[in-house]
Design a protein. Structure first.
Length: 306
């Protein structure tokens, strides 16, 4: 390969304290060695002291595209809870977790890259494919499970949505309204400069007033996203991205936010497509703060910022 071509294929940038070389980061299996490295840089205590551990459900079923970071994300969330002693994690790959009697066990739910099949973009419908029921009952059951989650949050519980999980019920306006939008598309993986929407907001204090750069899929959103019914936390500038489908109407896209839904709280974070992103200690603090927000420990302004 010619020197010029090689240089064109390599992007060098800083992610936290790590030097990463490559435009598409290599996938790797979850190992004890990697977890030990993450454990060393993870926050040792929560930002807000807690009197008891919260109970968290991490739901990791996917029926569409499989993000290779699903097990890494499970392990990172569990590690954050164990080390900070702020919460305990239960991991599930079963939609039975969304029965009302099961949901009530938890203070918050984490949706972990739950991409649904493209045919319907309804993960509950997909998961019921082998159930011995008619199509009519399948539709009814899928809708009931979705409504259980909506009511769970609306009545005061928390919801953390990570990266591809926004696709879980992508054709549902109600689900999109709860999480803050629906997935539209993403260009190729590339270096993304992540900026702080409001450096003074309590939920971005982990970043010490500065943004960061990492390799990720730059997600674009549609439907209720354009209501901007959320408090933006992180954004990317479109002028620095490659592979946009159309000329955008605006110059920035939000990639992480918080919002109220009824009496409950929702936190969305797109940066987490590659497990290498978790090697940034500031992002780990951000996720722990986000968990404290959805469980009600960290109180802050979550009103929409028009």
């Amino acid at each position: 390969m010619k020197k010029k071509s090689l240089l064109a294929c390599i992007t060098v940038f800083i992610l936290g304290n790590s030097l990463i070389e490559a435009q598409n980061l290599d996938e790797f299996d979850l190992t004890e060695g990697w977890l030990t490295k993450i454990e060393k840089i993870a926050p040792s205590k929560p930002r807000i002291p807690t009197s008891f551990k919260k109970q968290i459900l991490v739901f990791s079923l996917h029926t569409g595209f499989k993000h290779w970071t699903i097990p890494h994300t499970e392990a990172v969330i569990k590690l954050l809870g164990d080390k900070s002693k702020a919460f305990e994690v239960t991991i599930s790959h079963s939609i039975s977790s969304f029965e009302k009697k099961n949901l009530k066990k938890y203070d918050a739910v984490v949706l972990n890259n739950n991409c649904s099949n493209r045919a319907k973009r309804d993960l509950f419908w997909d998961a019921l494919a082998d159930a011995p029921i008619s199509d009519k009952k399948r539709i009814k059951k899928a809708k009931k499970l979705e409504n259980n989650l909506l009511e769970y949050v609306k009545k005061g519980r928390g919801l953390m949505v990570l990266h591809g999980a926004i696709v879980m019920q992508n054709n549902s306006i109600n689900f999109g309204n709860m999480v803050g939008g629906s997935f539209d598309y993403h260009p190729k993986q590339q270096a993304i400069e992540v900026n702080l929407a409001d450096p003074k907001h309590p939920l971005v204090q982990a970043f010490d007033g500065k943004g960061f750069t990492h390799i990720d899929e730059p997600y674009f959103f549609k439907n209720t996203y354009f209501d901007y019914n959320f408090r933006p936390l992180l954004y990317m500038h479109l002028g620095k991205l490659d592979g946009l489908r159309n000329k955008p109407k605006d110059h920035i896209k939000y990639i992480s936010w918080i919002k109220k839904y009824g009496k409950g709280k929702v936190f969305y974070c797109s940066p987490s497509h590659n497990a290498q992103s978790y090697e940034n200690p500031k992002l780990l603090k951000y996720l722990l703060d986000g968990m404290q927000y959805v469980t009600g420990d960290l109180l802050c302004d979550d009103s929409p910022k028009k």
